[in-house]
Design a protein around this ligand. Structure first.
Ligand code: PLP
Length: 387
């Protein structure tokens, strides 16, 4: 039986990791909703098949597909994006160790680093992702990891990712990147030398806003270490959620490419509208990281943020006037989601911290879905005109 393989992302999304031969001829991977599996003479604990050990047929299929789509050696799935982040960092760092982390992280990650890590004796220093010359003075004898995000939220900026990889190589650090916002369609970290890529699969990878899941993708030796930590921390993904994630992944390329296109159309519309005072989208020539995005990415993404004339009140009234985008945090789903980060994703920061991070209270973030671009623009236009 010839295995179905292909070199292009679209083909891998459909066929990589799928059972061969097909199980009972089933075209779709069945769900193995079984906590444990018959003992077959396995010689060590981690080879026993058990959902928490992350090694049921549903896990194996997903792991192969995820590694294939980022052109990486190995992958594993977790019960949430935060489980992927926490388990990875706890596998790589222990008491007395230290990491460098980008200074504008997803709020949950930031909270983990500043609230929980000190209790475990793990030190952190924050760095500006665009000032590589500032990084070296922050190194400590036991700095082990450098941690960044592909696209910083909510200002939609890209750090000097090539410098991050270089710096990690020079100083023998493990480079870790949260690739959630870009998705493997637009950026594949291992192709640029990152050791590990993390995802909240809750977002683009699943794409339907109906599960919470995470993934770690990268070097096989590290993935094995993280998988062992996961077995102890207990953040395995349930087989039913594995099934949904595997189904969602199959349409990742068509979804994200369409979202790239629609987001660019919306960004151009907003850029030209007199009520808009600031717009952040990587596909616009005026964005300070536009050239970097062109060099590193295959697409500019489905995320944008903007500021309207006026303040918080005007921003909230505008969101309330929209009929299509749903006002909710999260991103990467088939439905457009709109939110005011100061009230949701970045509510955990103090006003002073938000100011330092240049996140205006009136800033609005849009995750572009799969609705018609024309309908979305018409809706935005009407809501702006009524303001
Ligand atoms: N990383 C990024 C960039 C995110 O936006 C999020 C969630 O919003 C996470 C990680 C955490 O993922 P999860 O909610 O799946 O735990």
């Amino acid at each position: 039986m010839m295995e179905r393989t292909g070199r292009q992302l679209e083909t891998k999304l459909i066929h990589a990791g799928e059972p061969s031969p097909l199980i009972e001829g089933a075209v779709s991977m069945p769900i193995f909703q079984s906590a444990t599996f018959e003992y077959r003479g396995e010689q060590d604990y981690h080879s026993l098949r058990y959902i928490r050990l992350n090694n049921t047929p549903n896990h194996d299929a997903l792991h192969q597909k995820l590694a294939a789509i980022e052109n990486a050696e190995a992958a594993l799935v977790t019960s949430s994006g935060m489980a992927a982040i926490a388990t990875t960092l706890l596998a790589l760092l222990g008491a007395g160790d230290h990491l460098l982390a980008q200074n504008c992280l997803y709020g949950g990650t930031y909270g983990l680093l500043v609230n929980d890590f000190p209790l475990l004796g793990i030190g952190v220093d924050f760095i500006d992702g665009n000032r590589p010359s500032d990084w070296q003075p922050r190194l400590k004898p036991r700095t082990r990891v450098i941690y960044v995000e592909t696209i910083a939220n909510p200002l939609i900026e890209i750090a000097d990712l090539k410098a991050v990889v270089e710096f990690a190589k020079t100083h023998h650090l493990i480079s870790v990147i949260d690739n959630t916002f870009a998705s493997p369609v637009n950026f594949r970290p291992s192709e640029w030398g990152f050791d590990l890529s993390l995802h909240s699969c809750t977002k683009y990878l699943n794409g339907h806003s109906d599960i919470v899941a995470g993934a770690v993708i990268g070097r096989a030796s590290l993935i094995e270490k993280i998988n062992r930590k996961l077995a102890h921390l207990g953040g395995a993904l349930d087989p039913h959620a594995c099934f949904l994630l595997q189904r969602g992944l199959k349409t990742l390329a068509v979804r994200v490419r369409h979202q790239n296109q629609t987001a660019l159309k919306i960004a151009r519309f907003l850029e030209a509208h007199p009520a808009i005072e600031a717009i952040n989208y990587l596909g616009l020539e005026r964005h300070p990281n536009h050239a970097r995005a062109r060099e590193l990415f295959d697409g500019f993404g489905g995320m944008l943020s903007f500021e309207l004339r006026g303040g918080v009140k005007e921003a909230e009234e505008f969101i309330a006037r929209l009929s299509l985008p749903i006002s909710a945090p999260s991103l990467g789903g088939v439905e457009s989601l709109i939110t005011r980060p100061a009230a949701t994703s970045h509510a955990g920061l103090s006003a002073a911290e938000r100011l330092r991070a240049r996140i205006a209270d009136r800033l609005i973030r849009l995750s572009v879905g799969l609705e018609s671009a024309d309908d979305l623009i018409e809706d935005l236009d009407r809501a702006l005109e009524q303001g």
